[in-house]
Design a binder for this molecule. Structure first.
Ligand code: NAX
Length: 330
């Protein structure tokens, strides 16, 4: 057993599908490394506590060497206590006939409560990744509610979109996905997201040059990435879970590990107005970290007229979502 102090990770929606992949991989050391113990605070709503007890039994049955403690709870004050990382996965799914505004309102209340509980209970160095949809706006609400926690500690997940985009480009180019770099997702984790193929590289060369088919990139690649979640639901009868958990794992790992020189990764962060985007919203950009602690929006990435229009459309949608939840932020 490692002598390092454990990192405490709070996970909401712990008995859900994504939780079922995510928790076991964190416990196995996939995020913080094979020498870093983790304490797991598993948060669920009361009706799912029975299911969560089954997850805890299975976790125990894995006898993971790195797991120092497991705290299953439906009390947010217990769940976020001393958490260094909060992975907010649980949220209420959209049901038939539900307007976006209704969904935003229902989830918004949850993320106000969670933001307040994080501010009150979490560790001083807490960082928060929101996965539960609509993740950008849920993170925006949480950030506002978590008074006293710096805005640069909040993130919303667009890494699954980045990974999906890399896989599509790799397949088209006939190379391994690891050869695709500099793939930024801009904007919202929604159908308006912009997977930026103009700046992506394949084996160090511009993706456009390697693929040589701009029409395919605009008319097939972008919609395929934007609609990938729906394609998985159609094929599997369930939404993406293992790949979503993997996206969350990649996001945290990228934020705690120095980024390779020249490369970047995608995650939504609190906008400082970079690239003429609205300040304060949670917008996905090309991000890098030099020390695994602080991060920066990569500056100077070329944005042509096509990219500009796509980024603006996605930010407009985020602004509308923010307007829909303005009441909750008072
Ligand atoms: P599930 O419905 O399987 O699990 C969600 C779990 O959250 C349930 O067990 C539920 O009891 C719990 N929950 C609900 N409200 C809670 C609360 N207030 N506190 C604690 N737990 C709560 O959904 P799953 O497939 O795991 O997806 C979880 C979320 O991820 C959904 O909002 C989904 O839309 C979102 N996704 C986000 C993605 C992204 O790229 N950002 C991709 C995958 C996924 O669609």
């Amino acid at each position: 057993m490692s002598t390092k102090a454990p990192i405490r990770v709070a996970i909401t929606g712990a008995a859900g599908q994504i939780g079922y992949s995510l928790i076991f991989r964190i416990a196995a050391g996939d995020v913080f490394g094979p020498d870093q113990p983790v304490a797991l605070n598993l948060i669920e709503i009361e009706p799912a506590m029975g299911a969560l007890s089954g997850v805890v039994m299975e976790l125990n049955d894995c006898a993971f060497p790195l797991v120092s403690e497991i705290v299953p709870t439906s009390d947010m004050n217990v769940g976020f206590k001393d958490a260094n990382w909060c992975l907010l996965v649980g949220s209420v799914p959209r049901k038939a006939g539900m307007e976006r505004k209704d969904l935003l309102g229902i989830n918004g209340k949850i993320f106000v409560g969670q933001g307040e509980a994080i501010a009150k209970n979490a560790a001083k160095d807490v960082r928060v990744l929101v996965v539960g949809n609509p993740c950008n706006t849920n993170a925006y609400i949480c950030k506002h509610a978590a008074k006293g926690v710096p805005a640069d500690r909040f993130f919303a997940m667009t890494r699954l979109d980045e990974n999906r985009a890399k896989a599509q480009l790799a397949e088209k180019a006939g190379v391994h996905s690891s050869k695709v770099t500099n793939l930024a997702i801009w904007g919202n984790h929604s159908a308006t997201q912009y997977p930026d193929f103009y700046n992506a590289k394949i084996d160090g060369k511009p993706a456009l040059e390697v693929i040589g088919d701009e029409a395919w990139l605009k008319d097939t690649f972008i919609p395929t990435v934007q609609q990938r979640g729906a394609a998985i639901i159609k094929a599997r009868g369930l939404s993406s879970a293992a790949s979503a958990a993997n996206g969350a794992i990649d996001t945290v790992r990228s934020l705690v590990t120095p980024t390779k020189p020249g490369d970047w990764f995608s995650v939504a962060v609190c906008s400082d107005g970079s690239y003429n985007t609205p300040k304060d919203l949670m917008i996905s950009y090309p991000i890098r970290t030099n020390d695994g602690k602080t991060w920066e929006i990569v500056q100077g990435v070329p944005v042509n007229d096509y990219s500009r229009a796509k980024i603006d459309a996605s930010c407009k949608e985020l602004q509308e979502e923010a307007n829909d939840v303005a009441e909750l932020l008072k």
